[in-house]
Design a binder for this molecule. Structure first.
Ligand code: BG6
Length: 486
């Protein structure tokens, strides 16, 4: 068994096929991410990237290179220029594919493998990675086509984008569709939150220090919050969003994954199996969500947004209390919140510690609410930081307590030159065949399973003003505690 997250050489030679190559995700994240990996010297010695899309989006190789260049102009940290860009662009090509006729794509893959072979290594040693950045409706037909055309053969791998279903039945059906062509060891369900340095750092923070793990449990922690408010509205994504809502878009995928890292027991190693087994045990221990512990909000004006059903019942924010019923966490509420058009754009985990006996300080003045500042605050938006908020004695003749903090920040502590964006790390790991930061079929199904009551009998949506923290019930949900972000 391998014992560590891959740290060795670059991946072997690869053909990467981007389904949905003309779409938004490819433009914003995938093409810029691949270019950045190439600039960072992390792509294989020899690789080709083939864009693919249905015939109505067909383009020439040159057009695809121009499309990639314009995507990188807009979204890359390193602008597409000079030898670095020319080298990258020379490896791009385009092959149309439809379930009825995959032959142009098959030919493009064969040509790319031949080109790699001609450049030094035999085609047999070339890995194939299919990245399916396609809408859910196209998913089954694309996977089926990969199987029937023979493109999936050997050890070809597939990266799958969320949503991984919309409920338990659809998630199972989706997993069955995928498993009919790719066994689980070749499936990489991508959740870009797990590619964030600061989320991975939760493991380092907890398990590489003797300081925190001993108190990381119900004896010391009163509550955990995973709070991901966004100021963005749903602009340009009405059709997707109105059919999806905040719970499915953010909580089922991203927030539960973060919860898995915060709540898991120490894995025996960082390899995929032990790490994902521990995350799986957390999901197994989740209590089914009780709808009395859910607030669904909808921002005022949402129903009149273009493309939204004027009577839409879709939540644009959601707050949920969940419980992990195991020895470590029994009785500790986990509050998850996310939504659009909220007061701030943040990504924060807060662990609140139990109040100590403060008797000796009661007779004295204090400038902060007593016992309310014992918190560890992990800000996992790139580049990320960790704060410990605590009470200290203020200078002066009296014992006056004041709230203060100790802070680690990635920006100030480490050079950021090696930092990779979530998608970049995850694509690299997929090429290396490392599944540790990808979600597994059973984990996804379990999260849908505990969500059943909420999905079938959701509480009504409550209106909130854009730019606030959601409807007032959001504060009632967390009482007697309070949101760290408020
Ligand atoms: C996506 C959601 O998965 O994550 C979006 O579909 C959300 O609605 C986005 O805005 C947030 O991720 P990040 O890390 O890019 O802020």
């Amino acid at each position: 068994m391998s014992t560590a997250r891959h740290t060795g050489p670059r991946p072997g030679n690869h053909v990467i096929v981007l389904f949905g190559a003309t779409g938004d995700l490819a433009k914003r994240k995938l093409l810029p991410g691949l270019f950045h990996l190439s600039v960072a010297g992390l792509l294989p010695d020899n690789y080709r990237i083939i864009g693919t899309a249905p015939p109505e989006f067909a383009m020439s190789d040159a057009d695809f290179a121009a499309h990639a260049e314009s995507a990188c102009e807009q979204f890359c940290r390193t602008k597409p220029a000079g030898d670095a860009w020319r080298d990258f662009a020379s490896r791009l090509s385009f092959g149309v594919a439809s379930p009825e006729d995959p032959s142009p794509l098959v030919s493009a893959v064969e040509a790319a493998e031949k080109a790699i072979g001609a450049a030094g290594s035999g085609p047999g040693s070339v890995g194939r990675l299919f990245h399916l950045a396609v809408p859910p409706a196209a998913f089954g037909s694309v996977v089926g086509m990969l199987g029937s055309s023979g493109l999936s053969k050997g050890d070809a791998r597939v990266i799958i984008e969320k949503p991984f279903g919309v409920d338990l039945d659809s998630a199972r059906a989706l997993n069955d569709t995928v498993h009919a062509v790719f066994d689980e060891s070749r499936v990489f369900r991508i959740d870009h939150f797990l590619g964030k340095e600061s989320v991975d750092n939760i493991l380092a923070f907890r398990f590489a220090n003797g300081l925190f793990e001993p108190i990381w449990n119900r004896d010391h922690i009163r509550y955990v919050q995973i709070d991901v408010p966004e100021t963005l509205s749903i602009e340009g994504r009405a059709a997707f969003y109105d059919a999806t809502g905040a719970y499915r878009d953010m909580v089922v995928t991203h927030l539960f994954q973060v919860l898995g890292f915060v709540a898991m027991e120490p894995p025996t190693s960082l390899a995929a199996k032990p790490l994902r087994d521990e995350k799986g045990k957390v999901f197994d221990a989740l209590k089914p969500i009780d709808v009395r512990h859910v607030v669904r909000g909808q921002y005022a004006g949402y129903r009149s947004s273009p493309g939204v059903n004027p009577r839409s019942d879709t939540e644009t924010m959601v707050a949920v209390r969940v419980e992990v019923e195991n020895w470590r966490w029994h009785g500790v509420p986990f509050y998850l919140r996310s939504g659009k058009s909220l007061a701030a754009g943040r990504q924060v985990v807060t662990l609140g510690f139990r109040e100590p006996p403060l008797r000796m300080f009661r007779a004295h003045r204090h400038d902060a609410p007593m016992g309310r500042v014992n918190e560890i605050v992990i800000d996992f938006a790139d580049p990320g930081s960790i704060k410990i908020e605590f009470m200290a004695k203020k200078p002066g003749p009296e014992m006056t307590l004041g709230a203060t903090e100790m802070k680690f920040s990635y920006d100030d502590s480490f050079a950021q030159a090696n930092a990779l964006e979530g998608y970049e790390r995850l694509i690299l790991l997929a090429m290396l065949g490392d599944q540790s930061l990808f979600t597994r079929a059973d984990g996804i199904e379990r999260v849908w399973e505990i969500s059943e009551q909420l999905l079938t009998a959701p509480p009504p949506v409550e209106e909130y003003a854009p730019g606030t923290w959601g409807p007032p019930s959001v504060d009632k949900l967390i009482a007697p505690h309070r949101w760290y972000l408020h």
